[in-house]
Design a protein around this ligand. Structure first.
Ligand SMILES: Cc1ncc(COP(=O)(O)O)c(C=O)c1O
Length: 334
């Protein structure tokens, strides 16, 4: 849909599966799960379709070293490391140490995929010092005769990241046609918000009435909404499409952040178990579990009619589950 060059590393279309036991539990007509966790290599996730676009740009620019920064258990960085391995490119991940440097979950996979990992003590992803640290790493590679390419979803790569999820919106519209109805709502958990931005922009562009409900796992509602609108509209201008998003075009909730970003909440731990026990789904307690907790909470508050059709975007994050085993042990038995 975006007309941008792309690789085909992700296995698309991802499955679109009915979840009838979950629908019965929520007392709605139907629930479908879009299985981005099954998007292919490196344990899947919502970043893979964005990486198909971002890495097409990197290759066109002659890159031989991909550089990115995020939290130490970043799903995005693990996906990037997996893609770099498949493409035979180097990968340097500069990760915030605060969430732990234990060799488990995504950090273990980063190592298995051959990425070079360094840590920063800086705790704020938006702090300008992080940009300086990344520039210094890129300069080092340039001095060694390498051709580094910085991938930063909340910065230089944002437009392409939105384009990736506009194509995801187009794929969902095909899924909707296959089930013969336009669902009322797609629930998606938000970090940077680029996935929700691309989906909402894509649905509006394609004149699909399905609403996007973004569940913040990180930022307060007002900041996330503002960022999503600005980023979607900048990407639309960059893609040369007329459609623009406004504040009314999507719903954002921030009451599932719980104790904080990257930290499981009682509701997310319970939601992971509910999805597992009803549908055999593997969610994680810091992203998709919070999205599912919001969906369950909204159903319990009676916000959906009995005739509603709901889509849950399973955005991946599977390795993170295993780093939170002790939180499940501490949580109340069900
Ligand atoms: C598993 C998972 N789900 C959802 C998200 C949120 O996606 P976005 O950053 O596009 O809002 C992330 C972000 O890292 C993630 O790792």
């Amino acid at each position: 849909m975006s007309g941008r060059p792309r690789l085909d590393l992700a296995r698309l279309p991802t499955p679109f599966e009915p979840a009838p036991r979950l629908a019965e539990h929520l007392d709605v007509a139907s629930v479908y799960v879009k299985r981005e966790d099954m998007a292919g290599y490196a344990l899947g996730g919502n970043k893979l379709r964005q990486l198909d676009f971002i890495l097409a740009e990197a290759i066109a620019a002659g890159a031989d070293m991909l550089i990115a920064t995020a939290g130490s258990q970043s799903n995005f960085c693990r996906s990037l490391a997996g893609a770099a391995a498949k493409l035979g490119l180097g990968c340097h991940l500069h990760l915030r140490a605060r969430m732990g440097t234990e060799h488990v979950g995504n950090l273990l996979l980063d190592d298995i995929f051959g990425a070079e990992v360094t840590f920063t003590q800086n705790t704020d992803p938006w702090h300008p010092a992080i940009k300086d640290e990344i520039e210094a790493i890129a300069d080092d590679y340039r001095r060694q005769g390498r051709s580094p390419f910085v991938v930063q979803l909340t910065g230089v790569s944002a437009n392409v990241g939105v384009a990736g999820w506009m194509s995801g919106a187009a794929e969902l519209v095909e899924d909707f046609k296959a089930i013969g109805r336009m669902p009322d709502i797609v629930v998606v958990v938000c970090g940077s918000g680029l996935t929700a931005a691309g989906l909402a922009l894509g649905f509006k562009h394609l004149e699909v009435p399905t609403r996007v409900m973004g569940v913040s796992a990180q930022q307060p509602e007002a900041r996330l909404r503002k960022w999503i609108i600005e980023t979607a509209n900048a990407a639309a201008a960059w893609m040369g499409i007329e459609t623009r998003l406004s504040g009314q075009d999507l719903d954002i909730v921030d009451d599932e952040i719980g104790p904080g970003y990257g930290i499981p909440s009682a509701a997310s731990l319970a939601a992971v178990k509910t999805a597992g026990r009803l549908e055999g789904l593997v969610l994680d307690p810091v992203y998709t579990g919070k999205g599912m907790a919001a969906l369950i909470g909204a159903a319990e508050k009676g916000l959906f009619g009995k005739a509603s059709s709901i889509v849950f975007l399973h955005s991946g994050g599977t390795p993170g589950l295993f780093t939170h085993a002790s939180a499940f042990e501490r949580s109340a038995p069900q």
